[in-house]
Design a protein around this ligand. Structure first.
Ligand code: MN
Ligand code: MN
Length: 487
């Protein structure tokens, strides 16, 4: 009899604990729902568009070109800063071909602020040195200087493409894009054969391939006429470049030529759950933000704006980086165009201070193969949606913007109210490393801003991975932000 009473009490306590746990605890869930056919279709279709954007926009310039074409097709027109803007207008302005601002104008006064999403469109890569071409032992090569944080050993013995612009002596711009079409040649950086790799294999990973080893093979057939011809291998390639593009060696020195992986964006996994591609950091956020903007159909109260920056991977400096005054200047001119008069300095600052922003950048998805670098309870996971980062930085949060609790809560409450799931995270274990984003530069201006974005695996590699459900749900979150934040 008493045993039965004990059992009953025990069951009741368990039931109470379960109920309490439901009410009080919280975990982020995987968002794939294979039974939801409609959503599955939408996710897969959206990511096919995303693959096209990745393949067309392999450099910051190309992504801005891609964005411009998309915006034009969706009824946006180039912003004329001398003209007026009214609710419903769709405008964009490019920033030296490497950055972009696009906006859908809302009905509310600009002095009450805008809803902004910022992302960067530059990715780690190899740039040509100013004087890149040389021949050595019957091979013609290009010297490079890497851009952003790479593991140099990723870049050897893989097919590479050459993208960029060269300005000729007469001022004409030549766009280079070789290695992307199936009939194009590709380029590559040589690695040492394992048979002779005994010394190399003893080196630290950071020294296995050194910066000065990143030389791109571009030719091996000499200019005709025999061995007496000086630098005949280099000459043959220079002739080819001149005949095809009108490029001389001197023109290379002022150009911007980038070496990127030649592979296309692909679906990854038997179930095609992931997208694998070069340059998803941070075109994944640029694409989802742009599409959230172009897909807006209802009239807006607050003006919605996408800002695409260059130079994030080298610290956001330079005229096209997030620290450049060019971006806030365009925003100020738009305020003037909406008001239809010259705003005062304090009115411009009102617009900035009342604005709300998402600083959109990728983060690291938890990788069970490298579990030791992460705090599993505080990492973001592939498949669990858009990840919010209250802070970034290194060591004691050095170099972070650290969003206010009030603002973090305001944004996530909006998503909760609209059934958009989200997760949190931070970049690895404390003191393991760290990283920064552009958020700090908007915070400097006085804009409320928080970091968020898509978790990726293999970040900064030649083949970064993102879960398709995260790409899609991030787009949905951005659309809600544009439509409903403070509206
Ligand atoms: Mn990034
Ligand atoms: Mn990055």
């Amino acid at each position: 009899m008493s045993e039965q009473v004990d059992k009953k009490q025990e069951d009741k306590r368990k039931e109470q604990a379960d109920e309490l746990r439901k009410q009080l605890t919280f975990t982020f869930k995987n968002l794939w729902d294979p039974e939801n056919e409609e959503e599955m279709k939408a996710v897969m279709a959206f990511c096919e568009d995303y693959k096209v954007a990745l393949d067309e926009g392999k450099t910051e310039r190309e992504f801005v070109d891609y964005a411009q074409a998309l915006l034009e097709a969706e009824g946006f027109r180039e912003y004329d800063s001398a003209g007026q803007l009214k609710a419903g207008d769709r405008v964009y302005e490019t920033v030296h071909g490497k950055g972009l601002i696009a906006a859908v104008i809302g009905s509310q006064s600009p002095l009450e602020g805008f809803n902004l999403i910022g992302a960067h469109v530059d990715s780690p890569r190899l740039d040509l040195k100013p004087n890149p071409m040389y021949e050595s032992d019957d091979l013609t090569l290009l010297k490079t200087h890497y851009y952003g944080g790479i593991k140099k050993y990723h870049w050897v013995a893989v097919p590479l493409a050459i993208h960029g612009v060269v300005i000729l002596k007469d001022g004409t711009t030549v766009k280079l894009r070789v290695g992307e079409e199936p009939t194009d040649p590709v380029f590559t950086i040589t690695d040492l054969l394992p048979h002779l790799g005994a010394d190399q294999m003893k080196k630290k990973a950071s020294e296995v391939i050194e910066g000065e080893d990143l030389n791109v093979l571009i030719g091996g057939i000499p200019f005709p006429g025999g061995e007496d011809i000086k630098e005949r291998f280099k000459l043959a390639i220079l002739k080819l470049l001149y005949d095809t593009y009108g490029i001389r060696e001197r023109d290379l020195m002022t150009g911007e030529i980038e070496i990127v992986p030649a592979a296309k964006a692909r679906c990854v996994g038997f179930d095609r759950a992931f997208i694998g591609a070069y340059g998803q950091d941070d075109r994944i956020c640029a694409f989802t933000a742009l599409r959230a903007l172009t897909d807006l159909t209802e009239p807006l109260k607050r003006t919605a704006m996408v800002i695409l920056y260059d130079k994030e991977e080298t610290g956001s400096g330079g005229i096209t980086g997030a620290r450049s005054q060019l971006f806030p200047s365009i925003q100020k001119r738009m305020v003037r165009s909406i008001l239809g008069r010259e705003p005062s300095a304090i009115e411009l600052q009102d617009n900035i201070e009342m604005s709300s922003m998402l600083s959109s950048d990728v983060t690291n998805a938890y990788d069970p193969t490298f579990a030791s670098v992460s705090d599993p309870q505080n990492n973001s996971y592939a498949g669990r949606g858009i990840a919010f980062f209250k802070y970034t930085g290194a060591r004691g949060k050095g170099g972070t913007s650290d969003a206010n609790a009030e603002y973090f809560n305001e944004v996530t409450r909006l998503l909760d109210e609209n059934d958009v799931p989200w997760q949190t995270g931070e970049l690895g274990r404390v003191d393991q490393g760290g990283g920064g984003t552009v958020a700090i530069y908007q915070a400097d201006l006085g804009i409320s801003v928080i970091d968020c974005g898509v978790p990726v695996l293999c970040m900064h590699s030649c083949f970064e991975l993102a879960s398709k459900i995260d790409v899609y749900k991030t787009y949905v979150a951005y659309k809600v932000f544009f439509e409903k934040m403070r509206s």
